[in-house]
Design a protein around this ligand. Structure first.
Ligand SMILES: Cc1cc2nc3c(=O)[nH]c(=O)nc-3n(C[C@H](O)[C@H](O)[C@H](O)COP(=O)(O)O)c2cc1C
Length: 219
């Protein structure tokens, strides 16, 4: 059994999405001790910003006429897809930035979608694999809050992971991670503590389920 884990936080210290990802991972590892984990830290080690346009350019260019950059982008997309296709379970930890999806995660998804195994129209190499998305927000976007509807990341990530990549997806969410950091949010300390506990419980539960999920095998 193998796990693929992607982290998109731009922080390595104090990252709440990494902490929740660690809970999911440790639950998975408890069931599969010593099993392989492939990691990709796209927040700390971003993919080249030109890779996507180069890979798209390559798809419209005969192989013998591709530039070295186009060929490198195709190889990178293939390696990223190998990581997804080769894993039995997938874990993505992606924070909300500027009310939208992390640019690093968007670049990653765009590039993966250029690989023929993940391109629109084909059954994706990830179809049916169990996966957990951990997503965290500094603020709160629940129904009835002043910023309801301002989280433009979670719905997009669900569409990609659940519908386009056809993963069997569970989502762990923790809002109000900036409580205790931004003094203007001090009034929300109790609710933030409660949301943290709920997210940790969710991460444990979905981590256990990820470890026990049935894994589709290629025919
Ligand atoms: C540059 C930047 C932009 C952010 N934009 C938002 C935002 O639009 N909405 C929000 O709720 N939180 C925002 N945050 C807060 C992060 O979502 C929050 O700090 C989260 O915990 C970051 O993930 P991490 O703890 O794994 O590093 C932003 C943080 C940074 C650094």
């Amino acid at each position: 059994m193998s796990l693929f884990r992607l982290d998109a936080s731009i922080r390595t210290e104090g990252s709440t999405s990494r902490a929740l990802g660690d809970i999911v991972e440790s639950e998975w590892s408890a069931t599969h001790p010593g099993s392989a984990i492939t990691r990709r830290h796209i927040g700390a080690e971003p993919l080249p910003a030109t890779a996507w346009s180069d890979a798209v350019g390559a798809s419209m260019t005969p192989e013998s006429e591709r530039t070295p950059r186009q060929s490198a982008a195709v190889d990178l997309a293939s390696m990223l897809t190998d990581e997804l296709a080769g894993a039995d379970a997938l874990l993505f930890a992606v924070p909300l930035y500027n009310f939208g999806v992390s640019q690093h995660f968007k670049s990653y998804v765009d590039l993966v979608l250029t690989d023929p195994r993940m391109a629109p129209g084909a059954e994706p190499a990830t179809a049916g694999k169990p996966a957990v998305l951990v997503t965290v927000q500094g603020g709160n976007y629940s129904a009835g809050t002043p910023k309801e509807g301002w989280d433009h990341a979670t719905a997009w990530m669900r569409r990609i992971l659940e519908d386009v990549w056809q993963l069997d997806l569970e989502v762990v969410t923790r809002e109000f991670t900036l409580v205790g950091v931004n003094p203007a949010l001090d009034q929300f300390t109790d609710v933030a503590d409660e949301l943290k506990k709920l997210a940790e419980d969710q991460a444990e539960r979905h981590g256990r389920a990820l470890a026990l999920a049935r894994v589709p095998r290629a025919a």
